[in-house]
Design a protein around this ligand. Structure first.
Ligand code: S3P
Length: 446
């Protein structure tokens, strides 16, 4: 994002109408990765041209994969099959994207060439021991250059990987996916056992591209190494994590009526809908359908009064990326909201518990950060300036907070929004929010 757009100002609005959000980030990454090692052509539509997914795309391009696009939301990839990757000419810089780095670590662990993965300052602070440990157990050789197993990650050429049965110590779809992707290149069977369900887009897309999986018991997912993916049509639905900003905005304002069309509502991602509903939000799922192997619906929200709740810990992995904006909903709700068992939020693009608590406090809300969660006392949000610390979801959460605030909110460090939601200010304007970029005298879209 440009320097000027590092700052964003938001001043109320009544969410209404019908909007669309860009393609799902998690699914877009997987489409690039799996199509690149599939045999033959894949055509992706609905691809998210955000910086994170473009980082994945650039990585595979530099490994010799012919990729056309993105042309709007379309990408065409001519995969050379499981052995079709070339050694990258230099270090692969994945920018801000944890998904790119962790999934690539899995995929590259079994390649016959060396590679090195790194990213920006935020990504270089994020833990990688969670992928290094299982990949080493499969026979991969990886080294973390940063302190405490942090990036850069150097991967030595693989001799031979062997399948493992791995019980995830943290509920992480990135770790599950890294192990399954390495499993494609391993001898024998690789199984991942999940403590709690996490997003299953990797599994769905492997099956869409013709790879067999089996699930011997609930929570276990297994594949046999050595098979071949076949290129095909991949359709990416709208990103529920991006839609969430508008769902919350509409839910907080009595009288609002907003539909976000074509959004992915995969059961492993639906936590935000369940949490908002238990806070009293009225959300209708219209025209449920399947698109590219993923459940999709149009989400209609009508605003009203929200109430604070104790968030069910079972829902944490199913809503993991939506907590910044759910904290805003909690701030605008009547009563107390408490979140537990969510320490993972401290190792996202920022420490989302600390950064959100500080921002909410600046907006006049009592918010107590705790080691594994937060307590928020709902009240009247006021205007002010908050620092999103270059975390895209924090920046967008505070921008939409303004619809429930008594004054304008200035968000510093909003540049990272382009990693996941290019066009956010325009979509926000279309939805009836008043967003301004500096030096602009009038709201966007007017
Ligand atoms: C993702 C998994 C989640 C999520 C991230 C995307 C994925 O991370 O927070 O934004 O695409 O697999 P964890 O696996 O660390 O929970």
């Amino acid at each position: 994002m440009t320097e000027a757009a590092e700052l964003m100002e938001a001043e109320g609005g009544t969410p209404q109408g019908r909007i669309r959000v860009p393609g799902d980030k998690s699914i877009s990454h997987r489409a690039v990765m799996l199509a690149s090692v599939a045999q033959g052509e894949s055509r992706i539509s609905g691809f998210l041209p955000g910086e994170d997914c473009l980082a994945s795309l650039a990585a595979f391009r530099s490994m010799g994969v012919p990729i056309e696009g993105p042309d709007g939301d379309r990408v065409r990839i001519r995969g050379g099959g499981r052995a079709g990757l070339q050694p990258p000419p230099g270090v692969l810089d994945l920018g801000n994207s944890g998904t790119s780095l962790r999934l690539l670590a899995g995929l590259l662990a079994g390649q016959p060439f060396a590679s090195e993965l790194t990213g920006d300052a935020s990504l270089r602070r994020r833990p990688m021991d969670r992928v290094i440990e299982p990949l080493e157990a499969m026979g991969a050789r990886l080294r973390a250059g940063g302190e405490g197993q942090r990036p850069p990650i150097v991967i030595e050429p693989a001799t031979e990987l062997h399948g493992i049965r791995y019980r995830l110590p943290v509920a992480s779809a990135q770790v599950k996916s890294a192990v399954l992707l390495a499993g494609l290149y391993a001898r024998g069977e690789t199984c991942v056992i999940e403590p709690q369900p996490t997003r299953d887009h990797t599994e769905r897309m492997l099956e869409t591209l013709g790879y067999s999986l089996h699930r011997p018991e609930p929570g276990a997912i297994c594949l046999e190494g050595g098979g071949q993916l076949q290129g095909g049509e991949l359709t990416v639905p709208g990103d529920l994590s991006s839609a969430a900003f508008f769902l919350v905005a509409a839910a907080m304002v009595p009288g609002s009526d907003l539909t976000v069309a074509g959004v992915g509502v995969n059961p492993t991602r639906r936590g935000v809908l369940e949490i908002l509903r238990s806070m009293g939000a009225e959300i209708e799922e219209q025209e449920p359908r399947i698109l590219g192997g993923e459940p999709v619906a149009d989400l209609r929200v009508r605003g009203g009064e929200l109430r604070g709740i104790e968030i069910d810990p079972q829902l944490v992995p199913l809503a993991i990326d939506e907590f910044p904006v759910l904290f805003v909903a909690a701030a605008a709700a009547r009563g107390r909201t408490v979140l537990r068992d969510a320490a993972e939020l401290r190792v996202k693009e920022s420490d989302r518990i600390q950064v959100m608590a500080e921002g909410l406090q600046r907006l006049g809300i009592e918010a107590e950060p705790r080691p594994d969660g937060i307590r928020i006392e709902g009240g009247q949000l006021r205007g002010g300036t908050v620092d999103a610390r270059n975390d895209h979801r924090v920046a967008m959460a505070f921008a939409v907070a303004s619809v429930a605030a008594s004054g304008p909110i200035t968000v510093r460090g909003s540049g990272a929004i382009r990693t996941s939601f290019p066009g956010f200010p325009e979509t926000a304007s279309e939805a009836g929010l008043n967003l301004y970029l500096p030096e602009e005298a009038s709201p966007l879209g007017e």
